[in-house]
Design a protein around this ligand. Structure first.
Ligand code: UDP
Length: 326
């Protein structure tokens, strides 16, 4: 299929483009490069444009005979969204609407949406299932949930077909080690911890050690970026007209912040001093996915499920590219 990947030059997008190409799809990336890197998608067509530019989107869809869209372009920092909610609703929610309307005008009726575990807020049970209550506790989660509501309405009104994939904590890098995570500034746990063995910081901060969890630190479900990308290929095949299907994508297993730091110590063989810091706003104590639905309905199987492998692949990338794509 001819696929437009919005946000395709970002961390997840660049891995996704690689997986789509190896599955035989033709990709065009649509990205404003505000946080993505052209160097991460060498050899892939890139259209530079903003997600709120209807005309540019419609032209890219028509000009490349696009048959399906995978929509990743978004702002992703929960803490920043608490400080600056308008920016999140404009980019993520309004951007989603702009894209849906551009797709309608270009006659494209299939989309896979990059959603998030943040739509659940404080989950009512662990592991979290797709039908569980959604009640986001930060504007980031709310901005993504808004788009899911739009997808539901557009599917019903116009017969378009959508899949929303709710990502848990995406980590790791392509096993080849030539692409990986390069956020500026970096806020995610694993790349920040790996900055210690890289000699870029002396210690790592633990945001909150008084949560109601076994070691007091937050528990998250870390999923390898290549496994996550593979699920998008299956999601494209699962699209049905007039329907929105929703799937969690995680590992089904939770690790605390302390356990992640320990795994980084083991993989790198380096001491990693950790200091206690206050809780970060908008952080739920525990997020772990049930991925049974994706396994059963999409036939999704994880290839790199264990935390050590996820950290080892991330380390492989950071060690060989200490300045990222710069
Ligand atoms: N975290 C931390 N120190 C850091 C960065 C993150 O303790 O320097 C914690 C954060 O509070 C959360 C977990 O690590 O509990 C994962 O955070 P990240 O930002 O990687 O992903 P999120 O869960 O926010 O999507």
């Amino acid at each position: 299929m001819n696929i437009l990947v919005t946000g395709g030059a970002g961390y997840i997008g660049s891995h996704l483009v690689r997986v789509l190409a190896s599955a035989g799809h033709a990709c065009v990336v649509y990205d404003n490069l505000c946080s993505g890197h052209a160097a991460a998608i060498r050899g892939t067509q890139l259209v530079e444009g903003d997600i709120n530019n209807h005309e540019a989107l419609a032209a890219a869809l028509r000009g490349h005979n696009v048959e399906a869209v995978i929509h990743l372009a978004a702002l992703i920092e929960a803490a920043e969204s608490v400080e600056n909610p308008g920016r999140y609703f404009r980019n993520n929610s309004l951007g989603g609407l702009t894209l849906l309307e551009a797709m309608r005008s270009a006659g494209v009726a299939k989309l896979v949406f990059s959603s998030t575990a943040a739509v659940y807020g404080q989950p009512e049970r662990i592991p979290i299932c797709e039908e569980d209550r959604t009640d986001p506790i930060n504007p980031y989660g709310a901005s993504k949930r808004c788009v899911e509501y739009m997808l539901e309405a557009f599917a019903r009104a116009y017969g378009a077909g959508f899949v929303s994939l709710r990502y848990f904590n995406v980590a790791g890098a392509a096993p080849e080690g030539d692409i990986g995570e390069d956020h500026r500034p970096e806020t995610h746990l694993i790349p920040l911890v790996l900055q210690v063995p890289l000699g870029r910081r002396g210690s790592v901060k633990i945001f909150g050690e008084d949560y109601d969890t076994p070691d007091g630190t937050c528990i998250r479900d870390y999923i390898h970026v290549m496994d996550l990308a593979a699920a998008h290929v299956l999601a494209l095949e699962a699209i049905e007209p007039g329907q929105l299907k929703v799937f969690n994508l995680g590992n089904g297993q939770g690790f605390s912040v302390r356990e992640v730091i320990e795994a980084c110590r083991e993989v790198t063989g380096h001491e990693i001093p950790a200091e206690s810091a206050p809780r970060r706003r908008g952080d739920p104590p525990k997020l772990v996915a049930s991925c049974q639905k994706a396994e059963t309905e999409l036939g999704w199987r994880r290839q790199f499920a264990d935390l050590q492998t996820i950290v080892a692949h991330a380390w492989n990338w950071h060690k060989s590219h200490p300045n990222g794509f710069a």
